[in-house]
Design a protein around this ligand. Structure first.
Ligand code: NAD
Ligand code: TYD
Length: 339
């Protein structure tokens, strides 16, 4: 395959490219990323000198750069996005631009280039919020009901991808996956924020009552699921990807991290809730299992242990990510919330 990966310098894109280079060493990978605050080209420095890998610094909204980067490509794997819900509440505009306009630019270039597969990475957040006490789950047929500017922009991008399948016959697939965690995640998201705050001796902020539930998925399981869809999935289909039934409230996630890091529970600090905070996400991934045989392999205890070790071994990486502009965001987001 000759792949164009967008957003490959971010968290999941980096894990995907490293996995792909290891498991499909004869495939060519072009990584197109504009390197926003969330992107770090150094993540892929082990691929420097690899003749099958090339980095292109460009914005997915730049139609001529995108069209040029697709020359000779057969498969597009589209990760690039603005991804943090809290930032989308502070300022929705970059989410509309990158997630909606950027996706439409990529689709148009893919159509003109005759791309053989356009795979779009999306989120379970497009389905809205489940009741806290139920055991129901989102599936591919759940009605879209996004509640944050982030999830609304991802929902719009999903609709555009489906429109290019129906209107133009572009061979697309979409995956809607649950919350990922693992190496290379920017420390603004709950799990890396908690781990790095503990390593810095800072309190760990938990929003509201801490009872919100997410369906945690170790990033390597997500990457394997994308591989399964690219190699065995059916064109025109959407697949939900979730974790191994680790439906744990946020306060329990933080307590588990504190325990694994041998830190007192008093580090957990309840702060003012996020506006429109979705209560619970859970995903039924049986369609993906039926069509491809994929199942998640990493449970929460193993995944958190591996993730904590990675952040302990890569302090330079997250110190750099947490310095500079991130400090301004942190103060804006948490400055008047910490009790
Ligand atoms: P991330 O924020 O870590 O990385 C995003 C990457 O996209 C960065 O490298 C950034 O530089 C790049 N980017 C942003 N805007 C760009 C633009 N205009 N042009 C080119 N590059 C640009 O994101 P992530 O957590 O790796 O998420 C990847 C994808 O997976 C996203 O589409 C996201 O919606 C989806 N997703 C993520 C999660 C999760 O838990 N992280 C869960 C479900 C779905
Ligand atoms: P996050 O990692 O931002 O992912 P998402 O909003 O996409 O689910 O948040 C995961 C959960 O953790 C979510 O319920 C919000 C909560 N949260 C906190 O309690 N404290 C924090 O500092 C952050 C960033 C998130």
């Amino acid at each position: 395959m000759r792949l164009l990966v967008t957003g490959g310098a971010g968290f999941i894109g980096t894990n995907f490219i490293l996995y792909w280079a290891g498991h499909h060493p004869d495939d060519d990978v072009v990584n197109l990323d504009s390197l926003t605050y969330a992107g770090n080209a150094e993540n892929l420095k082990t691929l420097e000198g690899n003749s099958h890998y090339r980095f292109v610094r460009a914005d997915i909204c730049d139609s001529s750069a995108v069209y040029a980067a697709m020359e000779g490509i057969d498969t597009v794997v589209h990760f690039a996005a603005e991804t943090h819900v809290d930032r989308s509440v502070l300022d929705p505009a970059p989410f509309v631009r990158t997630n909606i306009v950027g996706t439409s630019v990529l689709l148009e270039a893919a159509r003109k280039r005759g791309i053989r597969r356009f795979h779009h990475i999306s989120t379970d957040e497009v389905y809205g919020s489940l009741g806290l006490l139920g055991s129901d789950k989102f599936s591919e047929t759940t009605r879209y009901d996004p509640r944050s500017p982030y999830s609304a922009s991802k929902a719009a991008s999903d609709h555009l991808v489906n429109a290019y399948f129906h209107s133009f016959g572009l061979p697309v697939t979409i995956t809607n996956c649950s919350n990922n965690y693992g190496p290379f995640q920017f420390p603004e998201k709950l799990i890396p924020l908690a781990i790095t705050n503990v390593l810095e001796g800072k309190p760990v902020p938990v929003y509201g009552d801490g009872k919100n539930v997410r369906d945690w998925l170790y990033v390597t399981d997500h990457v394997r699921a994308i591989e399964a869809v690219l190699t065995k999935g059916n064109v025109g289909e959407t697949y939900c990807i979730g974790g191994p039934d680790d439906h744990v409230p946020n306060s329990m996630i933080v307590k588990t991290i504190l325990k694994l890091m041998k830190t007192d529970e008093s580090s957990m600090t309840f702060v003012k809730d996020r506006p429109g905070h979705d209560r619970r996400y859970a995903l039924d991934w049986s369609k993906l299992e039926r069509d491809t045989g994929w199942r998640p392999e990493t449970d929460l205890a193993a995944g958190l242990t591996a993730t904590i070790s990675w952040y302990k071994e890569h302090t330079d990486w997250w110190h750099r990510m947490k310095s500079g502009a991130y400090g301004e965001y942190y103060n804006k987001q948490y400055g008047n919330r910490m009790t």
